[in-house]
Design a protein around this ligand. Structure first.
Ligand SMILES: *Cc1c(COP(=O)(O)O)cnc(C)c1O
Length: 371
């Protein structure tokens, strides 16, 4: 075998659905020497990461921790811990990630009640209320920011309805945390998960999860063991709680990165960060419409972190994306599922959400579409 060459990775402008671009400060944090995962220095860092996560989630939940693994690991941890065989979960499906949640829940033996809506549409508290009246559930789950469609489901007033029916409220915040207002305590969300590589602008590898009192109580009321050892929160809470007893080896460098990414969020401030995401998206939306392109999701429910654009007739999806990558170093994504071949997905998340990136993408697209 030939010797490997030096690793040579281009510095892409990442404007897809994630990973987003990462500040050099976060990359430098990852290069720090390793300490043991029970080293006092690391234990101090765990505490800081948890405090930072409580800040971005806007919660006082003691059980707020980064699950080892990407967003899907956090997602799986929530269903694995909440559901026992025979339990019922109602899942709002209005895109690809709702589908994934259904698949995961069914693998843990739960009865899955799907509440289906067309891709790009969103759910209202009234619809959840009506569905629960017909069929009760132990857990109700919605996707806050559907990355496959670019639609934002408003969470205000939703927990009230879910709790009225005695259910727990589970929310996917993968593409909202750190980029779009999200108030876990004020909105009374029982359990939520996210990922590091979207609006937090940290490499993929950790999945922030926050668990409120009702969900914790449900974990302790289980009659059966959690079917997934690695994601069993009753064990993880001893590692991330006060005891710090060994469960698995935390990914040390990833936690360094997350600490730095959270520090950047705190320095900027949540409100300023939300506003930056809104302003840069508005600039993108105006520019795309000036190019004659149609935005798929109406403005009232359009996500600031991810925009879906209809691919005009006669335009070659793959060719445009290839030219963007090869000639301009820019990554955007194609559509998933119902939007395959019909939409481009443009992410402006975290460190990627900058005016210069918007201008560059718009001018590159203008050139390519003229041809
Ligand atoms: C990206 C994403 C996930 C999955 O996260 P991974 O890090 O890819 O495992 C889940 N839900 C939503 C809404 C996402 O955008």
């Amino acid at each position: 075998m030939n010797a490997l060459t030096d690793l040579n990775v281009p510095e892409r402008i990442l404007l897809g659905p994630g990973p987003s671009m990462v500040s050099s400060r976060v990359l430098r944090a990852m290069a720090h020497p390793l300490v043991g995962h029970l080293d006092p220095k690391f234990i101090e860092l765990m505490k800081e990461v948890q405090e930072g996560l409580r800040y971005v989630f806007q919660t006082q939940n003691q059980m707020t921790l980064p699950v080892s693994g990407t967003g899907s690991a956090g997602m799986e941890s929530t269903v694995a811990n909440l559901l026992e065989p025979g339990d019922t979960i109602m899942i709002g499906v209005n895109g690809y990630f709702g589908e994934r949640l259904c698949d995961m829940a069914s693998r843990y033996g739960a009865t899955v009640n799907r509440l289906d809506k067309p891709w790009g549409d969103v759910f209202t508290p009234e619809e959840i209320d009506a569905a629960l009246k017909k069929k009760p559930a132990k857990v109700v789950a919605v996707i806050h920011a559907e990355t496959s469609t670019g639609a934002l489901t408003s969470l205000e007033g939703m927990a009230e309805v879910v709790h009225k029916h005695g259910a727990l409220f589970l929310v996917d915040c993968v593409t909202s945390l750190g980029g779009i207002p999200l108030k876990i305590d004020e909105w009374d969300i029982d359990i939520a998960y996210s990922g590091t590589q979207k609006c937090l602008s940290c490499p993929p590898g950790l999945s922030p999860v926050t668990i409120g009192a009702r969900a914790r109580e449900a974990f302790h009321q289980r009659k059966t063991k959690v079917a997934n050892w690695y994601l069993d929160m009753t064990m993880l809470e001893h590692y991330w709680g006060d005891e710090r007893t060994y469960h698995h080896t935390a990914p040390i460098s990833m936690n360094y990165a997350l600490r730095e990414a959270l520090r950047l969020v705190m320095e900027e401030g949540l409100e300023a960060r939300y506003q930056r995401h809104r302003e840069n998206s508005q600039m993108l939306w105006d520019g795309l419409e000036d190019l004659g392109l149609r935005l798929i999701v109406p403005i009232e429910r359009r996500l600031p972190s991810l925009t879906t654009v209809a691919i005009p007739d006669g335009v070659n999806d793959m060719e445009i994306r290839k030219r963007l990558l090869e000639d301009f170093n820019i990554e955007i994504a194609g559509g998933l599922g119902a939007f395959k071949g019909k939409a481009w997905r443009i992410g402006l998340m975290g460190y990627s959400s900058r005016k210069e990136n918007v201008v560059l993408l718009l001018s590159a697209l203008e050139r390519l579409l003229k041809k």
